[in-house]
Ligand binder design. Structure first.
Ligand code: FES
Length: 190
């Protein structure tokens, strides 16, 4: 089952609504409203606070800034960095840039989708994983590249997908950015 706002029950939606702190949102809006680039800063700060842009927060931003809700959704959907749905605890990102693509990245995407039971852009129903793709992570020579919460896995193929997912609970033991194959295996398992 996929977790998206359309599929949420009314109780879950109420719960999400309650999780938005009106005072915090108003503070963010007040800080940036009317300034150059203020709208982007408001959306950016709201997302930093909540991990995504809750509908209630967007409605408040529309009321306070005088922008229409449609315009705010337009900005939020135009920029890839903004999210309109709650994200999973762990973010799995597969590079689909040219260098990774020619080495089979599309099959890796399919394998992650199969093992997690979700499609790219979706979050597992337990809220653990969000699956995403990106166009280049700047490590083309050692692709295909997969990142999990900012940790890099190089030369990934479909046989490694299961072990990457199994490793996720231990990733917090090593600094983000390290290559998580042979280089960091000892650190993670130790
Ligand atoms: S294309 Fe994948 S890291 Fe550049």
């Amino acid at each position: 089952m996929i977790r998206d706002t359309e599929a949420l029950s009314s109780e879950e939606k109420d719960c999400l609504q309650e999780s938005v702190n009106s005072k915090d949102i108003l503070g963010i809006i007040e800080t940036h409203n009317g300034k150059l680039g203020g709208l982007m800063a408001i959306l950016g700060d709201i997302q930093t606070e909540y991990g995504y842009l809750p509908e209630q927060a967007l409605r408040m931003a529309a009321d306070e800034t005088g922008c229409s809700l449609v315009d705010l959704y337009g900005v939020a959907t135009f920029y890839h960095s903004f999210r309109l749905e709650p994200q999973g605890k762990h973010r799995v990102c597969i590079c689909l840039g040219t260098a990774c693509h020619v080495r089979g990245a599309a099959t890796i995407v399919e394998e992650f989708e199969r093992q997690l039971g979700i499609k790219v852009g979706q979050t597992t129903s337990d809220g653990e994983f969000t699956l995403e793709t990106v166009n280049c992570l700047g490590a083309c020579a050692i692709g295909p590249i997969v990142t999990v919460d900012g940790h890099y896995f190089s030369k990934v193929d479909i046989t490694k997908v299961k072990s990457i997912l199994e490793k996720v609970p231990d990733l917090k033991k090593v600094p983000a950015g390290l290559l998580q194959n042979e280089e960091a295996k000892a650190a993670v398992s130790g």
